[in-house]
Design a protein around this ligand. Structure first.
Ligand code: GZL
Length: 363
């Protein structure tokens, strides 16, 4: 119990210090670069006991998720001094809340959550706080509570703005003036779906593009295929852009368009835009089937382990750490794009032309 009280005081002190120093977000090293994460020293507690970490993962819906899970499992390995309690919540929010409550009952030392949806968290996070168990959130965000010590992930609104900024510049470069878009959204209510949808829609509204339809593909290949099959039936010949909110949806959408005789990719009937930039996605970019793929960096396990080490050592931790996420394209026609990001800052992003997906992919 003594350990718990100490952890509770530590958490409160950390939160207070973060508020004091503004808790300004920190940007992580470039994805896939040499300094993307560092080897984590052994996590064993001071008394040599393993540090017990409970991890409630979204599910197993995509290549991105597989990489995310492996990243956390590798960081919290037994060899690194951890005992990881892993729960695959299978995209079921009730199951995820239940998993966190089980971690509290199991009296774990730290809890890591990738929240399926961004609301409904304050009650259970209060229970974690009362139990003196620090919570770290990765990837997606929690919007209805700040009762966690730190978050590591992506600025999803910027990902949506990136797709819009690229499409605007690309359409101008290609002389395409009439833009009619079909969107296959990610799991409804997830911060990734909300941010990518809102960011892209900002450009659509400003540029006068028509978003013909926008349906939930649940971030899966099957979901992407089913929605695209329906789109091909309902909107044949009426669309020239498809935005898939992750690569696995794009894989399914390509199968559906191929079956319907719709040509997509570079200099075809339909411009195909995707997110995640996993290796398989970049292979399609290299082949010219996907025109642009906006990275969402999944390897957050090392960052999580570093945060736990800092907490264990009584050090301050950043409240937010944002991943660095390149923009990948199939054609070498635009060197870079300048856009105004979600913080109102004018940012110039270099476009990475995919010439060797295997070496350019981060995961
Ligand atoms: C985004 C992540 C999303 C990915 C999908 O950070 O939560 O969930 O874009 C994954 O591939 O399913």
């Amino acid at each position: 119990m003594k350990k718990r009280i100490f952890a509770g005081i530590l958490t409160a002190l950390m939160a207070a210090s973060l508020v004091a120093c503004g808790g300004a977000g920190d940007s992580a090293p470039a994805a896939g670069g040499d300094d993307a994460g560092t080897t984590t020293e052994a996590g064993a507690g001071d008394d040599g006991e393993k540090i017990i970490v409970g991890f409630a993962q979204v599910g197993h819906e995509s290549d991105w998720r597989t990489a995310s899970t492996k990243s956390v499992q590798d960081a919290f390995s037994e060899a690194n001094g951890y005992d990881l309690e892993f729960v695959d919540c299978d995209n079921d929010s009730a199951k995820q809340i239940e998993a966190v409550r089980q971690f509290i009952q199991d009296d774990v030392d730290y809890i890591v959550i990738d929240p399926i949806v961004s609301t409904g968290w304050d009650t259970v996070l209060t229970e974690c706080e009362d139990a003196g168990i620090p919570v770290i959130v990765i990837d997606r965000t929690i919007e209805d509570s700040d009762k966690y010590v730190s978050w590591v992930g992506s600025e999803f609104m910027n990902e949506g703005l990136a797709a819009g900024a690229w499409l605007k510049a690309y359409a101008e470069a290609k002389g395409i003036s009439d833009i009619n878009v079909l969107v296959i959204e990610g799991s409804n209510g997830s911060s990734a779906q909300i941010g990518r949808t809102d960011g892209f829609k900002k450009y659509a509204d400003e540029e006068g593009w028509k978003i013909i339809d926008s349906q939930d593909g649940d971030f899966t290949q099957d979901g992407g295929q089913k929605v695209m099959e329906s789109y091909c039936k309902s909107y044949a010949g009426k669309f020239n852009v498809v935005v898939c909110q992750n690569d696995n949806e794009a894989f399914g959408a390509m199968d559906a368009m191929k079956a319907a005789g719709v040509e997509y990719g570079v200099d075809k009937d339909v411009i195909l835009i995707s997110f995640d930039a996993c290796k398989a996605g970049l292979e399609y970019v290299q082949a010219g089937d996907i025109n642009a793929d906006f990275m969402c960096y999944p390897l957050q396990g090392e960052y999580c382990a570093q945060i736990i080490q800092q907490l264990k050592n009584g050090e301050d931790v950043e409240k937010q750490t944002f991943m660095t996420e390149p923009w990948y394209v199939a054609e070498d026609i635009l060197p870079s794009i300048t856009y105004t990001n979600n913080s109102g800052k004018e940012v110039t992003e270099d476009l990475v032309v995919v010439t060797d997906a295997a070496s350019q992919a981060s995961y």
